[in-house]
Ligand binder design. Sequence first.
Ligand SMILES: Nc1nc2c(ncn2[C@@H]2O[C@H](COP(=O)(O)OP(=O)(O)OP(=O)(O)O)[C@@H](O)[C@H]2O)c(=O)[nH]1
Ligand SMILES: [Mg+2]
Length: 711
Amino acid sequence: MKIFQTEDIRNVALIGAAKSGKTTLAENMVFEGKLINRKGATESKNTVSDYRPIETERGISVNASLLYTIYNDKKINILDTPGFSDFSGDIVACLTAADMAVFTVNAQSGVEATSENAWKYATKTNKPVVFFMNQLDHNNANFDDTIHQLKEYFGDKVTPVQFPVNSGEGFNSVIDLITMKMLVFKNGNGAPEIQDIPANLADKAEELHNELIEHAAEGDDALMEKFFEEGTLSAEDMEKGLHLGIINRDMYPVLCGAAKSGAGVTRLLEFLINACPSPAHVHPTKAVNGTEFHNSTEEAPAMFFFKISNEQNVGDVAMARIYGGTIAESQDLVNPRTGNKERISQLLVSNGKTRERVEKACAGDIISTIKLKDVRVNDSLVDAKIADTAFEAVPFPAPIFSTAIKAVNSQEDEKLGGILADFHKIDPTVITSMSRELKQNILQCQGEYHLNTIKWYLDNVHKIAVEFAAPKVPYRETITKTANADYRHKKQSGGSGQFGEVHMRLAPYYEGYTDPSDLQVRGKDEYDLPWGGKLIFCNCIVGGSIDARFMPAILKGINERLEEGPLTGSYARDIICYIYDGKMHPVDSNEMAFKIAGRMAFSAAFKNAGPKIMEPIYDLTVRMPEDMMGAVNTDLQSRRAIIMGMDADRNYQIIRARVPLAEMDRYSTSLSSLTSGRGTFTMEYAEYAQVPTDVQTKLLKAYEESKKDED
Ligand SMILES: Nc1nc2c(ncn2[C@@H]2O[C@H](COP(=O)(O)OP(=O)(O)OP(=O)(O)O)[C@@H](O)[C@H]2O)c(=O)[nH]1
Ligand SMILES: [Mg+2]
């Protein structure tokens, strides 16, 4: 395989709405480059890109795939991403590694919810975008409406470079506004027949052509001058002019086609080569330590791993973008995360599952490799001379969905933990943590469909049966008024006995509290509890009724109860504890006795001190189309939300609310169904607040029941 130089490479991420035709387009791009002899189709389960068993089974893309094509002697690396928002991790990872996005839009559905999601990440990663208006062969495909919507959602920089002549069944022709010719893709694929623009379309073509010229000349003074002198620009000049506008995201050109038949694909490939940037022309990439990489072979070798795919019979296939130098087989590099050396044993060029070894690859290229010792997504491998230079992590989305997970066979729980930890290394949007408090293993991800694919891998690859449950809510317990309690622990059994008596007062802690006037506080310790809130422990003993040496034991007893609150077993917090009297026995008093007395006195006082359950409250921000606000609002009311404010954002509304975590189980799924997928939300912990009385009654009852079950 030929080694491609930086200038001869293009790196595109195919992004866009679910089912808009990314994989079909990728298939055609590879086909046009003659890297396959027959075109596959997603419905025939034989595309180059959707090759994984889960993808053929479901007929959708679940993982991003790395493909390439060669056209006019240029290598175009194609990262075909999944369209569903649940797989946003792969969308943003591929955009990070690519130099630009080819954004497919279905001409009969316009801008869909998943288009907006893809757009969000193109904006976040600041990547140039070229739209490919696809599926123009549908009878209700509508070019003008779709352009209108693209402008409405993504702004006026959306600029047609083509428009269709005969959209609907039999679609095969477009007017190209750069060459000002009609391109007829008679057989779908292949080079088009070039014809003059029909008279009835001349005016429209002229109008859009002039618009395009203005865009092309905008960023380039010399071109602008040439345009004013000659009144027009050559196709070559226009493509040169568009180049700068595309790199700087000053324009988003729109090309047209039908990926299924292949119409428009060769012109798209030409456009990517002529008007879109090679890695040598994009903005430099900054490493965490500020070093800039210009995709130059003169720079020290450095690459970044953005995606790892676990494959049958092969193991982990790691995909990396080279930002500097050349990378060769048998080269030793350093992983700045671990400081360890990694040898590149096999350097591969991939077309889906077909992989070919190459001896080296240049800066700007995207390669894959296998058999690495310890490389995760977000790792860099760099030359030993720059061993502390790591690239910025992919801005993966925060989790929006949580569930508790456990192995059906509890003996497999440890194995499951290991598998899920490995999952995270290759998909950082899968996060698991063992909650000691909730005694549950919590898995967080990007939605129910994401969870479903994780389960598929657990079932089919790891052969481990798992079950899911709603995550428990980390309640807290506290008190609302002052109460006293005495407890005497006394045990006489033959020889030495146990004796300890503690008189205790509990009071609610809040900032600015004052100590009671009837007690003499002689010692005070303030503890920040690991689960939030405070414990204030006061020694008010007068006359030596309890020795100071027993105080730590009493505190220990109290702490045991704080860890398992008297009401529901949840952590307790925000309590002031005054030890003001008690009794000792000259022989039988010991630490154990005072620990028990402390714990029991605490429980007794707690129950009389207006005990309350507290629940975590989150700040919630929901964004949804204006006309769906009513439904979202009604749903929030039913979740005990308090609306804090509303803002408008074009034709979207943003609701800010405070809502108890207990009411938010599977909110991503509900919001998605309420808003046809268009609503998005973020949640951030705000505070603990007391639950309403009716909720407290329910929780107490549920705790009692669960205790009965345990007995
Ligand atoms: N009629 C027609 N159908 C198309 C066209 N492009 C794609 N399709 C069909 O649309 C469906 C989805 O195509 P895919 O290529 O899998 O879409 P995708 O965007 O990769 O989907 P995800 O990766 O799952 O988001 C398939 O049945 C394709 O055959 C087109 O131009 N015209
Ligand atoms: Mg796909």
